[in-house]
Design a protein around this ligand. Structure first.
Ligand code: SF4
Length: 405
């Protein structure tokens, strides 16, 4: 889908105080009543989260919106790909609004459809006898999800990445097309097993961390740089690789460095380090625990008073956890500005503007995924949901002798 630019807000919205904005947002929310659901991603600022009907990660939020039967509008306080997912999962009549169209995701923007098609063709030319299964992280555009759905793959989240990769390594959707349908009188000749290769979009770190935890050594993975021929690889390495990892990353999680953990071990030896698998490999290797946002929240929630955590994820979530658990010591792993700046664009003025327009019957900043893209993206999401099992995505076990569990 084509993104539009955010129009400047009418001046009044930038002149109102936070207190005035809050009153007006609440009035608009009340006026819209059950027609509206506001979704607030974990990384959103507190002032916005205060108005969210649901808080969570992107897929969880879209599913919650889809389960709301009477709504007409979803206002997604997150980033662009999240609003697309909500549009895909909610019924046709539900209109999804992103309060600021400038709220993109740098990671999702690192893989576009033209580059993906080019990569797909080059990979097939280089590895003609192999079965290539495309998998995309939820943090990707609807166009990439659709590409994956159309080519036998699935979407994954950071919670279920391992399960989805295990499914893909058995052939993904192709594993079902080679078998005779149950009850069929005719047998289907099975073709000889092919080497299966995973093409993983767009976060190289989630792909690498998960594949490594599954037992694949780093030399079985290559990185695909879309700006270079063959992704910057030679033919032999591409043929041998089990995983082709798209050269994408999260600009927030890449800020955490192994040195931050080394330093912390010296100054705060009691602190447990827990990081998101979007962090680079060395950081995940040095951390005590690694897992999705939901996993991080769960670990903190079940920890006893007095636990100490250094958390490697977006600062708004870490600060919120610290506020919710004063009985524990919780800090951000690094003192860098680990803030999702695009998500931060959703603020009280934009939320107020979007809601007041809705009250007036004007749908501003609607996110619309075209039906064909939506159909294939839905297939990729449905395949993910059909794969059993979730849990710790990268299989990093709690070390022996820790006090938290
Ligand atoms: S935190 Fe990273 S992956 Fe998440 S929305 Fe922001 S840029 Fe994208």
């Amino acid at each position: 889908m084509i993104k539009s630019w955010q129009q400047p807000l009418p001046t009044i919205y930038n002149e109102l105080s936070d207190a005035e904005l809050r009153v007006r947002i609440q009035m608009a929310k009340d006026a819209l009543g059950k027609k509206l659901v506001i979704l607030g991603h974990h990384y959103q600022q507190d002032a916005v989260i205060d108005f969210a009907d649901f808080t969570g990660d992107s897929f969880e939020l879209s599913r919650k919106a889809a389960a709301e039967k009477r709504i007409e509008y979803v206002v997604f306080c997150g980033v662009h790909f999240m609003a697309e997912s909500a549009d895909i999962l909610t019924p046709e009549h539900v209109r999804v609004i992103l309060p600021d169209l400038g709220a993109g995701c740098s990671m999702a923007d690192m893989a576009n459809l033209d580059q993906t098609i080019e990569c797909w063709e080059q990979l097939h030319q280089t590895c003609p006898d192999q079965l290539i299964v495309p998998i995309t992280y939820m943090n990707s555009s609807a166009a990439i999800k659709a590409f994956v759905g159309e080519h036998g793959g699935a979407v994954c989240t950071s919670s279920n990445c391992r399960n989805v990769l295990e499914w893909a390594l058995k052939g993904g959707a192709a594993q079902h097309t080679n078998k005779a349908s149950p009850g069929s009188a005719t047998s289907v000749a099975l073709s000889p097993p092919k080497k299966i290769k995973i093409l993983f979009f767009p976060d190289q770190h989630l792909g690498r961390n998960t594949a490594h935890a599954m037992g694949y050594p780093l030399d079985r993975m290559v990185v695909w740089d879309p700006r270079q021929d063959l992704g910057g690889n030679n033919e032999r390495d591409l043929i041998d690789a089990d995983f082709v990892l798209w050269k994408g990353h999260c600009s927030v999680h890449q800020l955490f460095r192994p040195e931050h953990i080394d330093q912390l071990r010296k100054t705060h030896p009691r602190m447990k380090v827990i990081v998101h698998p979007e962090c680079q490999f060395d950081v995940v290797q040095k951390a005590d625990l690694a897992g999705s946002t939901a996993y991080i929240v769960q670990q903190v929630e079940k920890a006893p008073p007095g636990s100490e955590w250094a958390i490697g994820t977006e600062v708004h979530l870490v600060n919120r956890l610290a506020k919710q658990h004063p009985e524990q010591k919780i800090v951000v792993l690094s003192d860098c500005q680990c803030l999702c700046t695009t998500m931060y664009r959703i603020d009280l003025p934009h939320l107020c503007w979007a809601l007041e327009n809705l009250v007036e019957g004007n749908v501003v900043n609607e996110i619309n995924v075209d039906p064909d893209t939506g159909k294939w993206a839905t297939l990729a999401l449905e395949r993910m949901l059909a794969i059993k099992g979730t849990g710790n995505p990268i299989g990093k076990q709690q070390p022996v002798g820790t006090t938290v569990d």
